[in-house]
Design a protein around this ligand. Structure first.
Ligand SMILES: Nc1ncnc2c1ncn2[C@@H]1O[C@H](COP(=O)(O)OP(=O)(O)OP(=O)(O)O)[C@@H](O)[C@H]1O
Ligand SMILES: O=c1[nH]c(=O)c2[nH+]cn([C@@H]3O[C@H](COP(=O)(O)O)[C@@H](O)[C@H]3O)c2[nH]1
Ligand SMILES: NC(=O)CC[C@H](N)C(=O)O
Ligand SMILES: [Mg+2]
Length: 511
């Protein structure tokens, strides 16, 4: 790609993806790479600027992540943030040590506005701090460009070597004018021209796909979710009918969703096939109650169905996947983490179907960028702005054994829930919302009769990254309307509860 590039070098900070998004939002292409990336690779990427992220370690300890000092010889401006700032200070002979007073959260900071990064800004800004170490002595050649009451070096620079450092996190929203500081770094210091745009990306991606695929065939597992739908639209623009989309209807989609997906993609200029695999899924899931086992069965069956369909298409050269950038960063740069639940989609994918190669045209895009691309490619808003829907679908929202009857109950209730949230205009502010059919029955009284029906739980969360989430404060009168409609219209549901747990400790899905 011809775009100017800024590299974010990851030292294990929590905000590394956020830095990359901020840079891209300012019109400059940006990638996150590990701090262990060899310097030759960094040089070959020809960046116009480099940013070091924060990180949990202490820069002065021998086992803490380091960077090849040759990075400073590339002639490219470097900005260190938090750990990155401390590492820079340490490497150039300054003093970094445990601070007598750590700083966490909003902190008033005093700036030298003659420094290029702070040009045009107020001399006092509230910034977001999160550190226990600090730079007590700047290295030779550096000057202090910001301080707080407890932190003598909140920012430093050595203009002659184009080295810049901030102790605070300019990438988070809580930092006043943080975006302008980053903009100054990119445009005033690095000489960025702002050549990154979605139109530009789209054209280049289509051209690259055409070259790679030539006149061969591509297979795509299409869920109707945002990522695979945008992937389908892009591939369809690039190679038209050489694209084969396979949508597996496992019977665990939301109300009428299978038909909607068929309607949209059946009318597009692609080969589309809906596989009605409902019966075989329900047969496999019969009697199974353990959440992990249910997930495994659904994931496994995806592979089997997909395999069979792939064979029908004949020789397929490429397999397309809707992998997006956070998937790449999370699997490539992250550490070891415990398995909380197995996220299964088409996961492992067929072993014995012959693919020459994998095509992942969205693997550099964030979710919001993926959405923008979808709109640019002409996908309807309701597809582009869908909430995420897990591969195992309602299979993990019916607690305990999954039966067609229970799924039908849940589909109806979930539909009413979504419809009422939309009517009340509450849906726009939510990241994800759905109903869960608990396995619990409870006693009720309807028209003087005793009932003994299922309890339905409503879940609605707000989140940026789905790693942590807060439960949404849906107004009581909206909940009341939803409750009375569901109990009135869906026979078999006798009680409703609203889930008021955050993540952590709960997860977003119930299984
Ligand atoms: N029912 C399905 N039929 C075919 N492929 C599926 C199905 N469900 C999931 N997949 C595949 O698994 C991949 C990952 O699922 P995932 O839910 O992460 O992405 P998505 O559905 O495309 O988008 P979103 O995150 O918005 O739901 C999908 O991109 C798709 O390729
Ligand atoms: O593609 C998916 N396949 C899965 O198996 C899966 N399980 C959970 N999710 C979605 O991931 C986000 C976080 O969910 P949890 O807090 O429940 O782990 C939420 O958005 C969940 O809907 C899945 N997505
Ligand atoms: N957020 C950070 O990068 C923290 C850096 C370092 N671990 C400190 O506590 O000071
Ligand atoms: Mg999905």
């Amino acid at each position: 790609m011809e775009n100017q590039l800024v590299l974010v070098i990851d030292f294990g900070g929590q905000y590394n993806q956020l830095i990359a998004r901020r840079v891209r939002d300012l019109g400059v292409f940006c990638e996150v790479i590990s701090s262990t990336t060899p310097i030759e690779e960094i040089r070959a990427k020809n960046p116009v600027g480099i940013i070091f992220t924060g990180g949990p370690n202490s820069a002065y300890l021998p086992e803490s992540p380091k960077i090849d000092p040759a990075v400073y010889e590339l002639g490219v401006p470097v900005l260190g943030i938090c750990y990155g700032a401390q590492l820079m200070a340490h490497m150039f002979g300054g003093t970094v040590e445990a601070a007598p007073v750590g700083e966490f959260g909003k902190t008033t900071t005093y700036f030298d506005t003659s420094a290029p990064m702070f040009a045009g800004l107020p001399a006092e800004n509230i910034v977001w701090m999160s550190h226990v170490d600090y730079i007590s002595q700047v290295p030779q050649g550096f000057t202090i460009t910001a301080h707080t009451d407890n932190c003598p070096v909140a920012a430093m620079q050595d203009e002659s070597r184009k080295l810049y450092a901030v102790q605070f996190h300019l990438e988070v929203n809580h930092t006043q004018n943080g975006n302008d500081m980053l903009k100054n770094f990119l445009y005033q210091v690095c000489g960025c021209v702002g050549d990154w745009s979605m139109e530009n990306y789209c054209e280049i991606a289509i051209e690259q796909l055409r070259q790679k695929i030539g006149d061969k065939k591509v297979l795509l597992a299409l869920s109707g979710g945002v990522d695979s739908s945008v992937c389908a639209a892009l591939l369809s623009k690039a190679v038209g009918r050489q694209l084969y989309c396979i949508f597996v209807d496992h019977g665990l989609m939301r109300y009428k969703e299978g038909d909607e997906i068929e309607e949209i993609f059946g009318n597009m200029d692609v080969n589309f096939r809906r596989v009605n695999a409902q019966d075989r899924y329900f047969a496999k899931l019969k009697g199974v109650t353990d959440p992990e086992q249910k997930r495994k069965i659904i994931g496994e069956e995806f592979i089997r169905v997909f395999e069979e369909e792939a064979k029908k298409v004949g020789k397929v050269d490429f397999l397309a996947q809707g992998t997006i950038y956070p998937d790449v960063v999370e699997s490539g740069l992250g550490g070891q983490s415990a398995v909380i639940k197995s996220h299964h989609n088409v996961g492992g994918l067929p072993d014995h179907v012959d693919f020459e190669d994998i095509v992942e045209p969205l693997n550099l895009l964030f979710k919001d960028e993926t959405r923008r691309l979808g709109t640019l490619l002409g996908l309807p808003d309701f597809l582009v702005w869908r909430q995420p829907f897990p591969g195992p679908g309602l299979g993990i929202r019916v607690m305990g054994e999954v039966t067609p009857e229970k799924v039908a109950l849940l589909q109806k209730a979930d539909f009413i829930y979504r419809e009422e949230l939309a009517k009340a205009g509450v849906d726009k502010g939510l990241s994800q919302y759905f109903a869960v059919l608990t396995n619990q029955r409870s006693v009720g009284v309807v028209g003087d009769f005793r009932t003994y029906d299922y309890t339905l739980a409503l879940r609605a969360v707000t989140t940026d990254d789905f790693m942590t989430a807060d439960f949404a404060r849906i107004p009581y009168d909206v909940l009341e309307k939803i409750s009375s409609r569901i109990i009135g219209e869906v026979q078999g549901i006798g009680r409703m509860v609203y889930d008021i747990t955050t993540k952590p400790p709960a997860t977003i899905e119930w299984e």
